[in-house]
Design a protein around this ligand. Sequence first.
Ligand SMILES: Cc1cc2nc3c(=O)[nH]c(=O)nc-3n(C[C@H](O)[C@H](O)[C@H](O)COP(=O)(O)OP(=O)(O)OC[C@H]3O[C@@H](n4cnc5c(N)ncnc54)[C@H](O)[C@@H]3O)c2cc1C
Length: 310
Amino acid sequence: MTASLHDRIRAAAPALRGRLLADQPLADLTWFRVGGPAEVLFTPADEEDLAHLLAALEPDVPVTVIGLGSNLIVRDGGVPGVVIRLGGKAFGGIAIDGETLQVGTAVPDMRLAKAAAEAGLDGLAFYRGIPGSIGGALRMNAGAHGGETTDVLVEAHGIDRTGALRRFSHAEMGFSYRHSDAPEDVIFTRALFRGTPGDRAAIEAEMERVTAAREAAQPIRERTGGSTFANPEGGKAWQLVDAAGCRGLTRGGAQVSPMHCNFLINTGGATAADIEGLGEEVRRRVRETSGVTLRWEIRRIGVDSAAVSQ
Ligand SMILES: Cc1cc2nc3c(=O)[nH]c(=O)nc-3n(C[C@H](O)[C@H](O)[C@H](O)COP(=O)(O)OP(=O)(O)OC[C@H]3O[C@@H](n4cnc5c(N)ncnc54)[C@H](O)[C@@H]3O)c2cc1C
């Protein structure tokens, strides 16, 4: 019998200090609350530990990193290979020095917004409304209310699939709308941001405005994945979805949010296949009515359940 991936990793990297678990459910680590397990879930102790795992791992084993799961569908058959989730002190710090902020990528965006405001640094208030982590913000060029990650990032650091430490200048991050061109295998571990001196009370007022606007317009208390489709050039995805008659459309336990029709929601018993299938149906109808092919903004990872039952 061949050894499990978990046991092979233990044998190849006995000095690992982080948490390495086989067959770990992922659904509760995502906003949609759907999907199958990770073959192996690894929570590294620090950067060195993560580099050690990646260098020791057989080259053909897939590696997937997840943040706070707020822009993510995990498919029902789970995720083969190693899923990495950063957490704890090593990846959760914020150190402020003058106008710069050194931030671990497990830090929730909202915590960075608050820390910047408390230090009287402006420019990061838009993070107040985004429920992801800084790692996800770097990968997605997260933004809202007129601000984006690209506006405030100085540089990012990460580790690639071979275990090598990499540094990316702002230009090397290759940011565009909800996208970074940084190599897909890189796991960001920390980043440097720059704010501009501002008035703390005014920044806090701006954050409250952001929160209120969001509560009024988005189903933020639902099981959702945020914006499903990226806005196409010169248009709004939600308007195309609405014009295609998809507001409130359902499939199994999945629904196009009646409140904001670029959001899909799990109304309770949805599977990942319901949610992804509904998204594909929306894309089909939008293509038919407007000729536009919407691009998924939500990241989909893993395999569907048919793939594991074969
Ligand atoms: C209610 C709601 C509202 C939202 N509003 C907004 C909004 O206004 N603006 C906006 O931009 N987004 C919004 N989102 C989407 C989401 O919060 C962002 O895309 C966020 O940046 C995702 O971060 P995450 O940590 O949850 O990443 P995940 O969803 O876990 O992962 C998203 C992607 O990032 C990658 N990733 C995560 N961590 C790392 C890392 N350390 N290194 C490399 N890659 C990594 C993953 O591999 C995946 O490809 C919203 C989501 C919800 C649920």
